[in-house]
Write a protein that binds this ligand. Sequence first.
Ligand code: AMP
Ligand code: ZN
Length: 459
Amino acid sequence: MELRLYDTLSREKRTFVPLDANNVRMYVCGPTVYDFAHIGNARPVIVFDVLFRLLRHLYGETHVKYVRNITDVDDKINDRAARDFPGLPLNEAIRKVTEQTGKQFHADVDALGALRPSVEPRATEHIAEMREIIEKLVAGGFAYAAEDHVLFSPQAMNAANSVLPRYGALSNRSLDEMVAGARVDVAPYKKGNTDFVLWKPSKPGEPSWPSPADIKVEGRPGWHIECSAMAWKHLGEHFDIHGGGIDLVFPHHENEVAQTCCAFHRERMANYWMHNGFLQVESEKMSKSLGNFITIHELLADWPGEVLRLNMLKTHYRSPIDWTMKSLEESAKTLDDWYRVAADVVPGEPAASVVEPLLDDLNTPQAIAALHGLRGEATALSGSLRLFGFLSESAAQWEGRKQQASGVDAKEVERLIAERTAARSRKDFKESDRIRDLLAAMGVAIKDSKEGTTWEIAR
Ligand code: AMP
Ligand code: ZN
């Protein structure tokens, strides 16, 4: 069985062949930590967690290295720090914002059942690597300093007659068209209107570091160079998989490729470029102004993380996803059922019927359909669900949490059920119906069988 992955660069599904099967390497762009992560941000986290788990299953747990960065230097962070901590010096305020948001992000993604990546590098801890790449780019004639900025020239890259890829290849754009379509009010220090920033001067009070390229004033990195530096430090000049949301293909990933390939004279940065589709809410684009902006944190107050995880994986990662309440309710019911059947059994090997669709470019909807088909084989279901990152709790913990969340008092329910059983045995059906309706009004569903009466929270 071989793994096939869709590669954004070649625009086709290709058999995955790692550069080194003992050290399979994947980089995914992580969050910019200035606010609660929204449910759209959860999509790459969950999708690439499934891939991480699958790669570990195929190549062995210790043979996969997954790097997901934390962007902790950014204008949005500076703005938030100034707004939330006006009394503090900006740098201290920034540290507070990134610490709090980083912790919140971890709490959220842990609850979603995502394994921690092997390394979570922070941009501010890789400034030396960024400077080193920038120096290489300047020395190679791909970048230049102007008015205390360092700029990368895509035109210099495409004029170089060498192994380098073509700027624009990843996002399938032509540089000539980009040049023709560029904004007219380009910053005066740019030689070409598609040149992008590698380094810029810091304003007073902003985080700053000694600059590269003989620039005398202190400065800070541009966004794209951060990922080139962190990927290089932890995965090398050339690695297997680079991922992120589809919105990152241009300019972020196009620029990452340009920086890394030009600095190291490489034909490629990553062998497979993978991008998840976008998430919208109840058929609308999620945005603060539309009032349908949902954070992971808010959703976790109402739903177990595994429900959010299943709900995300019901759609193939490259398709757009419509996040709806109805679909969440269905996902919750499915998990209730799986917990009852499979949570407390000793897991077997994941079933081939589940693994095979995953090997076909992470076809999670088909794998989930196969899980439904395994209901009669509890050990295989249990093992397969665990490969997906489900069943982190026992059946009792799952049910208990649901009761807690619903505010239902289990003792009171048991007492009412005993009363109803007594009423039924004396054939007082009026009373037994009254108690059943009372329980239903409390949100409790009951089921009578030969063994007695069982109950659960009706979602
Ligand atoms: P950001 O913090 O905005 O850079 O986003 C972090 C990650 O979330 C990136 O991989 C984005 O592509 C991804 N992302 C942001 N919004 C959405 C969305 N609505 N749907 C899917 N992915 C998203
Ligand atoms: Zn990135």
